[in-house]
Every structure is written in C-alpha cells, then in structure tokens.
Design a protein around this ligand. Structure first.
Ligand SMILES: NC(=O)c1ccc[n+]([C@@H]2O[C@H](COP(=O)([O-])OP(=O)(O)OC[C@H]3O[C@@H](n4cnc5c(N)ncnc54)[C@H](OP(=O)(O)O)[C@@H]3O)[C@@H](O)[C@H]2O)c1
Length: 327
C-alpha cells in the first residue's frame, strides 16, 4: 500500500482507503460479521483511513468502526460526516446547536473524544456563502470536538467555493472513469491550496467492477434498485448518475484497455490514482475478498498514456454528454 498526504493535516493516508456506506445500510443485506471481516482485511492490507457518516445505518457504520478500532492497535483515521439527519437540506439546519448534537452522537458511536475529520455531508450550494457555518466548525476545533474538517460535495462549483475557506482540509467528490470533470479545473486549484481529495464512488456503485449485467438484480433496500432515478437522494450517487444500459456498454468498451491479469476494479482504481491531486480513493467494500482486490490497485504500475487516452475517449463518446454539465 502506498500513502499520500491529506491536506495540511500531517497525516499520510492509504491511497486506497475504505468507504463504509455499504456496511451501514442502503446496499441490501450486509451482516455485521462480514463487515467486520472486511474492515479487518482492510487494516491487514495497510488501509489506515476510513470514510463513514452518522447516517450510514443511523450510526451502525460508525459503531462497527469503533469495534474495529478497539480490536486493532494500528492508528486508524476516521472521517465522518454530518448534515444528513436534517429532514430537509436547509442552510439554517447547519446551526451551532445541530452541528454540536450531531457531532456528540458521532463521538459516542465512534467511542472517541474528538473526531479526526468531520465533513459536511453534501449541503446545498448556498451553504458555501455562509461564512458563519465555517466559524462554528473552527470553534468546534478550538473546544477539541473535532481535529479537522472538510466537505463532501456533489458539484464542482461547491468544491471550488469550499476551498476558499482556509481551514477546509479535504473535499470528497465523485471521481472515476465515468466522472472525469473534477480533473479539469478543480484538481489544480485544490493542489495549489494543499486541500486533500477523497475520490468517492470510485467503482460507480459496482458498475466499474465489470461484474454487472443487464439482468443483474439488486435487493429492495439497495439504492441501485430504489434510487436509479434519484427517488431518494441525488441520482449521481447511484451508478454515478449514468444510465444503467449506457454504463454497461461503456464498461464493455473499457474491457479492451485492461492489461492481462488485472481486474476491472483494480484498473478503475489505478486510473484514479494516476491523478496526483487525489489523496485516496474510498471504494466501498462488503467482503474481505473485495477489499483485498481493491487494495491491490495500489501495487499496479502506472497506466500507459494509450490506456489513459482510451478511458478519456470512451468517457467523451459515451458518458460525458450525460454527466459533465450536471456535476
Ligand atoms: N454523499 C457522500 O458523501 C457519499 C455518497 C456516496 C458514497 N460516499 C462514500 O464513498 C464510498 C464509496 O462509494 P460507494 O460505496 O457508494 O460506491 P463504490 O465504491 O463505487 O462501489 C462499492 C460497491 O461495489 C461493490 N464492490 C466493491 N469492490 C468490489 C470488487 N473488488 N469486486 C466486486 N464488487 C465490488 C460492492 O457492492 P456489491 O458487492 O453489492 O456489488 C460495494 O459496496 C462510500 O462507501 C462512502 O464512504 C459518500
């Protein structure tokens, strides 16, 4: 496993880290026992950074991470998120009272005295005009409730606004072979300001593993079943907002670019790591086997310029018209 610096925190985090949404909820039935096995495998593979949120299974994901931390002696840095407990996303909801309460809940779930990294969980765009919210976060650092803070965003414009705030250490954004726009302007600006980038949904909700078929079935409580058209949350979080059939066709074209002996998940993750502005990819892993598969992307050699150009071409022809202007 290779490690990269995260913002100005002084932390060096595993370039393949662990996304802990699926072990909380909204991804079908996942047993706690299997989730703990997946988390433990991640640590065995050298992962030292985990992304979660207070709402993943209403604290279930955070509590599993607390169990993991109790049983392992390595340093494990945990990034969590706050804001999605609001019944409706309003700027007013990000009050001192609410933020303090959400953070207290996460501290309890994670069984720690201070959160390593707190991320605002995809608030609406106008939040980035509210300097007072970032002032509240600065106060929460001062009183020792959080060490650092960052944001998780849907849109590039939000990312660009967020990094104008001097204490924002990280931006989490969807970045993968099907979501290439962040690399255009945002990555350069983030690098200049030494802001870390967490590449989320790196496998386009499993599509970029190459295992999905036109007739693949998903459980009733799996968002790949119930949020394909943005019924419950931003449609971009499900298959990166790419139409299922079009995504599968693009995946079929990507297959031709993959070197012998490399899995598609590893290829998709290595593609992300080609961008040095990225701190880490945070693939979701439900089983130890998935976690190991993903972690091995860190050991692969750099992709050739021809392969990088191939991914760019497939994106440009098949995917860009669907997503580029939206996020
Ligand atoms: N708003 C936000 O801030 C936000 C939103 C979304 C995600 N996130 C974060 O980003 C993380 C990653 O995104 P994601 O979990 O949505 O999507 P993802 O990482 O693109 O896809 C994860 C899913 O792909 C499948 N998978 C993973 N590795 C595999 C492998 N090697 N082989 C075969 N299948 C594999 C698993 O599901 P199956 O086995 O069921 O196919 C897994 O749950 C989340 O866990 C979360 O921490 C944050």
């Amino acid at each position: 496993m290779n490690y990269r610096p995260l913002g100005r925190t002084g932390w060096n985090v595993s370039e393949i880290s662990f996304g802990a949404w699926a072990i909380g909820g909204f991804w079908g039935n996942v047993s706690d026992q299997e989730s703990l096995a997946a988390l433990n495998r991640a640590i065995d593979e050298g992962v030292n950074f985990i992304d979660t949120a207070d709402v993943y299974g209403d604290g279930r994901s955070e509590r599993l991470i607390a169990q993991l931390k109790k049983s392992r002696k390595q340093e494990i840095i945990v990034a969590t998120k706050a804001g999605r407990k609001l019944p409706k996303q309003t700027v007013e909801g990000y009050s001192r009272e609410n933020l303090t309460r959400w953070i207290e809940d996460s501290l309890k779930n994670l069984a720690v005295e201070a959160l390593d990294l707190l991320q605002l969980h995809c608030p609406s765009t106008d939040l980035y005009d509210r300097v007072e919210v970032f002032g509240i976060l600065d106060d929460l650092i001062r009183v020792g409730k959080i060490r650092y803070y960052g944001v998780s965003v849907e849109k590039i414009e939000e990312a660009l606004k967020a990094i104008e705030y001097p204490n924002v250490q990280s931006v989490q954004i969807i970045f993968n072979c099907f979501r290439q726009r962040p690399a255009e302007e945002f990555f350069g600006r983030a690098k200049q300001k030494k802001v870390g980038i967490l590449a989320r949904v790196p496998l386009a909700s499993g599509m970029l593993t190459g295992k999905l078929r036109p007739d693949s079935k998903f459980a009733k409580d799996d968002h790949r079943n119930f949020n394909r058209h943005g019924e419950m949350f931003d449609v971009g979080e499900t298959f990166s907002g790419v139409d299922y059939e079009i995504g599968l066709a693009a995946v079929d074209e990507l297959r031709a670019l993959i070197p012998n002996g490399v899995g598609m998940s590893q290829f998709a993750l290595r593609w992300i790591l080609m961008f040095d502005a990225v701190t880490c990819a945070i693939p979701g892993g439900k089983t130890p086997a998935q976690v190991s598969d993903n972690c091995h992307a860190s050991e692969l050699p750099a992709l050739t310029p021809e392969r990088m150009a191939g991914v760019k071409r497939i994106y440009g022809e098949k995917i860009k018209p669907l997503v580029h202007h939206r996020w």
